[in-house]
Write a protein that binds this ligand. Structure first.
Ligand code: 9MJ
Length: 678
């Protein structure tokens, strides 16, 4: 047993030392922080069980990060420590219990709670109010001189305001706000330069550069949160007051920190920040609690590498490692082949992830993801999981680069990738079952024909059994056919028949959108409807005429022209008509209709209408060429006000925007519709 432990301890120390070097020296870690934390936890557990195995060189006993020789060396007079981690509520309760025991106090204590920024710790010395020196944490005892770089960080004052101590050493975290990180990576990607895997590495890699003009061009920020040496003056006794003093001297501090009471207070803060985490402008990996009384902080002191009076309460990991079991290609509505990585299921950020989309073949090659690879899986907030990188060091022997299949995995048709386009497509069109299924799902969707109850599972069966080959087939389905489907009771079949019947009466913009013409979304469908007025006019249009529609460029125009020219699609439209699908024509402005039409007018509908739902009112307006908006502004042409209107009517009143009641509105609709029919 002991033998095993000894060997494992040596192995863990070697691994941790390797990962420390990747993280602290090269700013280029191989594994997510949570994986590193696991190694550290295991080492700590073994050292607790076998205390005689502890040596002063163990990574548990010191702060990692040997300084890089290229920078000048700075000795920290007050060591720069790291923080102990809490991963559960129990850990936090243990932390607070130990504080009470050591201080022999009862009752609630006050804590300063702040976000734990994911960046690079630095210390900055102000002498006589002027920025004199800045350094990285390094190994905690000595760091790198980054004075020139820190001077270039946005918001770091060269001089302090007011009367600060003669020597004031302040500590904080340099980080890169998310917006800046995304912008910087986008530019780097466009130029074909190296992109950073996360904001922390981007911050570290932007600060630890010998040419400070590079730092100046990077969107860095610094929040201060603590002290080093102080001489020739006093600072407040409480952590909360200290932060206020730093702010008064002009130093940037985190706006999301606050004073809380007792263990319930810190846990409430944790939950609150957890909920806000994905909407914060910067990346955090947890929160930090610090005892508010600095006199008590001093009484508690430190253990090995961390203070006893502070703890970092980590959030669930947003990144984890797993293995790619396969890479498959899914076929979408327009035939686009999307590579999807099938993963060994892994728990990240509160959910189990087993599939991750890789968007297109170019992305697979850029990241060089292969079957058998160990990859980082990332899921931030409610965002769709992604694979930011591959752990190349763990690639097994004999892997192959992923190749684009020559034939569609669903129908066997040829796959084509147009030069200069990221997406490869199956050329099977409606003969491809996958495309058919997706096209019918789109057609039935809420924003298209809105056939309630016709979901993916049902469509899958209908297509599989060849009951529906094109959208028009939906309208010849019978009750008997529907009842024969799996998990379909008579009642739901009858409801579905009703929903199908109801969808027959639609609008031209909805129909155009539902047809699934490539590149034609709702806005383009509306523009086409408003410009051509009727489907027949569009069916007769040339590509040049289509391109005259505002906001429609040559590519979209070519897709629309190809669609209306295709005999297959014309047949579908003919059959839709034969089955009783109808849509009124849309009023097209003419010189004669002048001011009398609604084209281009912006209308808001508010309150409850008696003769129609708000959605119906909005659709009627759109069919007449109006733009429907959700909020009232000076640009609003008029507001339709139903019963019990809210603040929108009030706003219209204030702005002097014209208001119509339901009667006036119905009269207006009648007049316009008649005008359109002439
Ligand atoms: C971060 N990373 O945001 C500390 N930290 O305090 C905050 N780090 C810290 N405090 C003492 N907010 C050592 C490190």
């Amino acid at each position: 047993m002991r033998r095993d432990a000894e060997a494992r301890v040596a192995e863990l120390r070697a691994q941790i030392t390797h990962h420390d070097e990747r993280y602290y020296v090269h700013d280029d870690p191989e594994i997510p922080d949570a994986e590193y934390d696991k190694l550290m936890l295991e080492l700590r557990a073994l050292e607790t069980e076998y205390p005689d195995l502890i040596t002063s060189e163990s990574p548990t006993q010191h702060v990692s990060g040997a300084p890089n020789d290229a920078f000048g060396e700075v000795i920290h007079k007050v060591p720069m420590l790291s923080l102990d981690n809490a991963f559960s509520e129990e850990d936090v309760r243990g932390f607070e219990r130990r504080i009470h025991e050591r201080l022999s106090v009862e009752g609630e204590l006050a804590y300063w709670a702040e976000p734990k920024l994911d960046g690079l710790a630095v210390t900055v010395i102000y002498r006589d109010g002027k920025l004199a020196q800045a350094a990285t944490r390094g190994d905690g005892a000595k760091g790198e001189d980054v004075t020139a770089n820190v001077q270039k960080v946005h918001g770091v004052p060269p001089k302090l305001r007011g009367k600060a101590p003669e020597v004031l050493e302040v500590r904080g975290e340099v980080f890169m706000p998310l917006k800046g990180f995304e912008r910087m990576n986008r530019i780097a990607r466009e130029k074909g330069e190296k992109v950073f895997v996360n904001p922390r590495n981007a911050a570290a890699g932007s600060l630890r550069v010998l040419d400070a003009s590079i730092t100046a061009r990077r969107p860095l920020q610094l929040f201060f949160y603590g002290l080093g040496v102080v001489a020739g003056g006093v600072v407040p006794e409480r952590q909360s007051a200290l932060l206020k003093a730093l702010e008064d001297w002009g130093l940037p501090i985190c706006p999301d920190a606050k004073l809380v009471r007792g263990v319930e207070g810190v846990l409430a803060y944790y939950r609150d920040m957890g909920a806000r985490r994905s909407s914060l402008p910067y990346q955090i990996d947890g929160v930090v609690y610090k005892l508010d009384s600095r006199a008590d902080q001093e009484r508690l002191g430190f253990v090995s590498r961390a203070p006893r009076w502070a703890i970092a309460h980590k959030f669930p990991a947003e990144e984890a490692l797993t293995v790619v079991k396969g890479i498959e290609f899914q076929v979408g509505r327009t035939g686009a082949l999307t590579p999807v990585a099938r993963l060994e299921p892994v728990f990240v950020s509160g959910v189990t992830v087993s599939n991750v989309t890789l968007h297109n073949i170019g992305e697979v090659h850029r990241k060089d993801v292969r079957v058998g690879d160990t990859v980082v899986v990332r899921r931030a907030g409610d965002v769709i999981p992604e694979i930011p990188s591959v752990v190349l060091e763990r690639r097994p022997e004999g892997t192959h680069e992923v190749e684009l299949p020559a034939r569609c995995p669903v129908c066997g048709s040829e796959v084509l990738q147009v030069e200069g386009e990221a997406v490869a497509r199956c050329t099977g069109g409606f003969t491809c079952r996958a495309q058919r299924q997706e096209a019918i799902g789109h057609f039935a969707g809420r924003r298209a024909m809105d056939i309630e109850g016709l979901g993916d599972k049902l469509i899958e069966q209908l297509v599989e059994r060849d009951l529906v080959k094109s959208p028009a087939d939906i309208y010849s389905l019978t009750l008997v056919q529907l009842c024969g489907l799996e998990r379909m009771a008579e009642k739901s079949a009858a409801n579905l028949m009703q929903a199908i019947e109801k969808s027959k009466s639609t609008t031209l913009p909805r129909l155009l959108f539902a047809l699934g013409i490539r590149e034609v979304g709702e806005a383009t469908a509306l523009a086409l409807a408003q410009n051509f007025g009727s489907l027949d006019a569009l069916l007769d249009a040339t590509v040049e005429r289509i391109q005259q529609v505002p906001d429609i460029g040559p590519i979209v125009a070519a897709h629309v022209a190809a669609f209306v020219a295709s005999p297959e699609h014309r047949a579908v439209i003919k059959r839709l008509r034969e089955q009783g699908v109808t849509w009124p024509d849309v009023v097209v402005p003419t010189a004669a209709s002048g001011d009398d039409n609604l084209l281009g007018q912006t209308v808001v509908v508010t309150g409850t209408l008696e003769s129609m739902t708000r959605e119906e009112a909005q659709e009627a307006l759109v069919a007449l060429g109006a733009k429907v908006s959700k909020s009232v502004s000076k640009k609003t042409s008029f507001v339709v006000v139903g019963a019990e209107p809210g603040s929108k009517a009030q706003k219209a009143e204030e702005l002097g925007v014209r208001m119509l009641d339901e009667k006036e509105f119905v009269a207006l609709l009648g007049k316009k519709r008649n005008a359109g029919a002439q």
